[in-house]
Design a protein around this ligand. Structure first.
Ligand code: FAD
Ligand code: DHB
Length: 393
């Protein structure tokens, strides 16, 4: 068996793991990343698209913000489309100057991978049979198989950045972890196309046929989503069927402005709220989707992963520089306080904008009243905007 040694072993080479690796590297802390998939597979997953200002700042701090500044689109607001009427939510005005940046998770990941390669930092791709050991002792380690060769890695700490289906959370003894979960009775069917976006800003739409979202990756690439039943198969959705259904859920002006084209990618994502507590077990930390999932409506998933990584990198840097345990001790509580607020916002926005099958009449009436109140009250819009741009760290 081959034996390796590093200071911080990072399990998972998605945005959380890569960003943590980059921040630690800049502070002189050694890392090794174990990633189950190939780099191309990781880059092929189309996911989030909206970055909070704090996430953008963290990418700058990691030294990977240049392309985001050059190519990302700063958005001052978005539109809420409620039963045919569009309402502008001016984030900049409602929050005293805050905005978001539209820059895809794929591009963030590509920039982080390029920086890691340029710095000559080690990532073992296609690492299978990853198992974690001894994280309740002072000598944690991991084992895996790469290209048929068994590898053992000794380290000071393990960062579990391996997403919802990863090995890290699954390695924690059942009695030591508590999880909270809500599964929504619908999914999002997403379509990516090389067509100009329907408008300058995102449109979040509520309609009796279901939720829709008009988003984008650039001025020439669009990302659209439709609420669909969980039973829906992506193979049953031709591009034409998708475009027809989207048009039906938009107002006449947006439907008329919609430019359609062949899809580059189509997939269905389930919607879930999930939190695991705590987020540290001895020398194992969970970060990002490994610890929590939000339904995508508020665009919080990737941004929450970034705030975990911010707290974790600070804790580890403080430990190596000052021999302080304070950040490590407080890691879980610091993350969870922000996570639960983002969970609340994502659940609220999801509940407000989607159709719930078998909903009681009174619930439908209450939701309608809440929507009417929201679009008619500057105070309510301010609360929404404050959460959408991201709560402070
Ligand atoms: P991931 O991106 O899941 O990365 C984890 C990495 O760990 C993966 O590369 C995986 O291959 C690797 N891994 C897993 N198991 C192992 C193992 N045993 N050993 C080694 N490596 C392992 N957020 C939004 O804000 N907006 C969206 O529109 C949006 N859409 C989404 C659509 C889908 C289908 C999904 C799943 C998520 C979506 N999200 C969205 C959420 C957002 O993409 C995530 O919050 C973000 O990817 C979290 O990053 P992460 O690095 O923590 O986890
Ligand atoms: C995107 C996804 C979201 O969940 C969201 O709220 C905004 C944008 C996107 O993929 O572009």
């Amino acid at each position: 068996m081959k034996t390796l040694r590093t200071q911080v072993l990072i399990v998972g080479g998605g945005p959380s793991g890569l960003l943590l690796g980059q921040l630690l590297h800049r502070a002189g802390v050694e890392t090794l990343i174990l990633e189950r998939q190939t780099a191309d597979y990781v880059l092929g997953r189309i996911r989030a698209g909206v970055l909070e200002q704090t996430t953008a700042d963290l990418l700058d701090q990691a030294g990977v913000g240049a392309r985001m500044h050059a190519e990302g689109l700063v958005h001052d607001g978005f539109e809420l489309l409620v039963d045919g009427q569009r309402h502008h939510v001016n984030l900049r005005e409602l929050t005293g100057g805050k905005t978001v940046v539209v820059y895809g998770q794929t591009e963030v990941t590509r920039d982080l991978m390029a920086a890691r390669t340029a710095a000559g930092l080690p990532t073992l791709y296609s690492a299978s049979e990853v198992s974690l050991h001894g994280f309740d002792t002072d000598h944690p380690s991991a084992r895996c198989v790469v290209d048929g060769e068994a590898i053992e890695v000794h380290c000071d700490y393990i960062a579990g950045c391996d997403g919802y289906h990863g090995v890290s959370r699954a390695s924690v003894p059942q009695g030591a972890i508590r999880s909270y979960e809500k599964v929504y009775p619908f999914g999002w069917l997403g379509l990516l196309s090389d067509t100009p976006p329907v408008g300058h800003e995102l449109i979040y739409g509520r309609h009796e046929r279901g939720f829709s979202l008009c988003s984008m990756r650039s001025n020439t690439r669009s990302r659209y989503y439709l609420q669909v039943p969980l039973t829906e198969q992506v193979g049953d959705w031709s591009d034409d069927r998708f475009w027809d259904e989207l048009r039906r859920r938009l107002d006449p002006a947006a439907a008329g402005a919609l430019v359609t084209g062949p899809s580059l990618e189509k997939s269905v994502a389930p919607l879930r709220s999930f939190v695991a507590e705590p987020m540290r077990f001895g020398r194992l930390f969970l970060a990002g989707d490994a610890a929590h999932i939000v339904p995508p409506t508020g665009a919080k998933g990737l941004n929450l992963a970034a705030s975990d990584v911010h707290y974790l990198s600070q804790a580890l840097i403080e430990h190596y520089r000052e021999r302080s345990q304070a950040g490590i001790e407080h890691y879980s509580a610091r993350c969870l306080s922000r996570i639960w607020k983002a969970e609340r916002f994502s659940w609220w926005f999801t509940s407000l904008m989607h159709n719930f099958p078998d909903e009681a009449d009174i619930d439908a009436k209450l939701r309608r009243a809440e929507l009417e109140y929201l679009v008619g009250s500057e105070a309510a819009l301010r609360v929404m905007a404050e959460n959408y741009v991201g709560l402070p760290w």
